[in-house]
Ligand binder design. Structure first.
Ligand code: PEP
Ligand code: MG
Length: 610
């Protein structure tokens, strides 16, 4: 009784022991998710490890404990909702540990070379022969001189946009985690100097620990903020093909490498699980972790990231062998690539159409290279980044993207909910997922929508492009948007008679209105991401509540659409690329799936076995 009294009135905290079982330790991404949930409780929550107590509501503080596999820490919650808080966090922590994938060391192929061998760990496979160049950078002043708080806000927005653009990929959560880290560090700080000092202290604390690879995330956010304050640091990239040798690289620098002449990378100080390593793998750049100190600057070496070695001073024989391996690698990739362009036929020879979800010209080109048959969902919100693109910019972007395929479905701006635009002020709402979102913008922001449709129509130039409205919940809403589109075409004297207008099925009310929609819509595309969140009333971004995306409810909902629709139906939510779902989706009659570019080949292959 006394114990209960003490717990209720704050004298005695609720405590639980949490044990780190993941080989990656308690690192940035799970910490960010843990802290997000902790923050939803009013009680004080702290974490205690080896006599150090920190707030469990701060990413930065929790990371400073440097918790590694095998460590335990005590979670203490004191206050009104302390009991639920500890229970929720305990369940969440168990899931985070379970789901945190260990990055296993990639197996090395055995290879004997005559040259000098430096062994390393493989980050990403491939063979490169090129001169080495050591990392260099330059710092300079730019015109963008925001003050600290503006630069902070801009950096947070940027990270949010990056997350939204990459959330379907493995690396998407890196941006979300960096955003949480930046939030935690910068909260309550009012000067850049204190911010820089806090970063320096946090980095010093991690130096030498197994979590040292996280220092790079601190440096990355520091650089992002500095950049907006007018201090830009730029990596000096080689002008000819090269293998880049660097102590470490920042996650944000990997994007730059993708379009550079850097063919391979050797890092000294990263780990296989660092965000830099994850992004190098995602970019498919052959790379190793190795001590390259003895490699002479500009010397030509073999980076054999299949065998895990750098061969310096290679013999002629080594070079011929390595060339052969490069060609062999390319051939293997070509075989896989060639199959991507083959039709996806089920065992009974039924063809399933595989389209792709894209966001810009680069992903559209990637989709084409990966064997997509068209674009099933062009998420246009990513063309609208830090500032609103002009009519000309939008038209140019759509024209380029539309030229990639015959079959194109473009979705009108879908902001609101978890998708925000820095320059578009939507009124504060208690439940943004149930508020001004998607098609509802036609009523609140008609000018913005008119300009977007105008650009789409100009780019379509008479072609039968499909225009799709998101978040439709009633027939009236759809009719209003469609009439708006026709009025826009009339206003600018554009012929849109060949164009088709359809809806995303992502609000449950539509499931009961299919017969009415049949009369007015030209097609349906099921957005299972939102449909699932609205069916179960669980936010898709909720940190601890998880929906069972394979629930029979979801498949029943899809079947309802297929059974009643007399217009083409496709699926563009993530379920379309889920290997566990594809068989059932085909069984209930789906014939068109739209998936992210990276999932095209695998989804086609999956279908061939159904
Ligand atoms: C969906 O909701 O399933 C969908 C494809 O749209 P988005 O993820 O962009 O909301
Ligand atoms: Mg959606």
């Amino acid at each position: 009784m006394l114990q209960l009294f003490q717990q209720l009135f704050g004298k005695k905290p609720h405590t639980i022991q949490l044990h780190i079982s993941s080989a990656n330790g308690f690192h940035l991404r799970p910490v960010a998710e843990f802290v997000n949930t902790a923050k939803t409780f009013a009680c004080d929550i702290s974490a205690l490890h080896q006599h150090k107590s920190v707030s469990a509501k701060s990413v930065n503080a929790l990371l400073s404990l440097g918790l590694e596999k095998g460590d335990s820490f005590t979670l203490l919650a004191r206050g009104k909702d302390a009991k639920v808080a500890t229970e929720t966090l305990q369940a969440l922590f168990a899931r985070l540990m379970q789901e945190d994938k260990e990055v296993s060391t990639l197996g090395k192929e055995t290879k004997v070379y005559d040259g000098q061998i430096i062994e390393g760990e493989i980050i990403s496979r491939g063979v490169v022969i090129a001169p080495v160049c050591r990392y260099a950078e330059r710092e300079f002043a730019t015109e963008a001189r925001l003050d600290f708080s503006e630069a902070l806000a801009k950096s947070l927005d940027e990270l949010e946009i990056l997350y939204l653009a990459h959330k379907e990929e493995e690396n998407g959560s890196i941006y979300l985690a960096q955003k949480a880290l930046l939030h935690a560090i910068a909260d309550d700080l009012d000067s850049f100097e204190t911010f820089e000092l806090t970063i320096a202290e946090a980095s010093a604390h991690l130096t030498g620990s197994k979590m040292a690879s996280k220092i790079i995330d601190y440096q990355d956010i520091l650089r992002r903020v500095k950049n907006h304050m007018g201090i830009k640091t730029e990596m000096i990239l080689p002008e000819t093909s090269a293998i880049l040798l660097a102590e470490d690289l920042l996650p944000s620098q990997i994007t730059q490498l993708r379009s550079s002449r850097v063919e391979g990378v050797v890092l000294k100080e990263t780990t296989l699980t660092s965000h830099t390593a994850i992004l190098l793998r995602a970019a498919g750049i052959p790379s190793l972790i190795a001590d390259y100190s003895t490699v002479e600057e500009h010397s030509r070496v073999i980076l054999d990231a299949n065998s895990g070695m750098i061969v310096s001073k290679p013999s002629e024989k080594d070079l011929t062998e390595a060339e052969k391996r490069k060609t062999e690698d390319r051939k293997q990739r070509n075989i896989a690539a060639n199959k991507r362009f083959e039709k996806a036929l089920t065992r009974t020879q039924k063809q399933i159409h595989i389209l792709s979800n894209v966001t810009d010209i680069d992903s559209a080109k990637e989709a084409r290279a990966e064997g997509a048959e068209g674009i099933g969902l062009l998420r246009t919100e990513f063309l609208f980044k830090n500032r609103k693109p002009s009519l000309e910019e939008q038209t140019k972007a759509y024209t380029e993207i539309f030229s990639c395929f015959e079959n194109i479905t473009v979705r009108t701006l879908d902001v609101g909910g978890d998708k925000k635009l820095p320059y578009l002020t939507l009124q504060e709402e208690d439940n943004p997922f149930l508020g001004i979102r998607g098609i509802r913008l036609f009523k609140t922001h008609p000018q913005l929508m008119e300009e977007q449709l105008h650009a789409i129509f100009l780019a379509a130039n008479g072609r039968p492009i499909k225009v799709m409205f998101p978040m439709v919940s009633t027939v009236e809403e759809f009719m209003h948007a469609k009439a708006f589109a026709f009025r826009t075409a009339e206003k600018y004297d554009l012929d849109i008679s060949a164009m088709l207008f359809g809806i995303m099925v992502e609000v449950p009310s539509v499931l009961f209105l299919i017969k009415n929609f049949n009369r007015v819509t030209d097609f349906y595309s099921i957005g299972t991401n939102d449909l699932t969140q609205y069916l179960f009333a669980i936010e898709r971004t909720h940190p601890s509540l998880k929906v069972d995306e394979h629930s029979s409810v979801v498949f029943d909902a899809i079947k309802t659409v297929i059974d009643q629709a007399d217009k083409p139906v496709s699926i563009c939510g993530e379920l379309a690329a889920d290997p566990k779902a594809v068989g059932t989706l085909l069984k209930i009659g789906i014939e068109t799936l739209s998936v992210s570019p990276k999932r095209i080949a695998a989804t086609k292959e999956e279908i061939r076995h159904v």
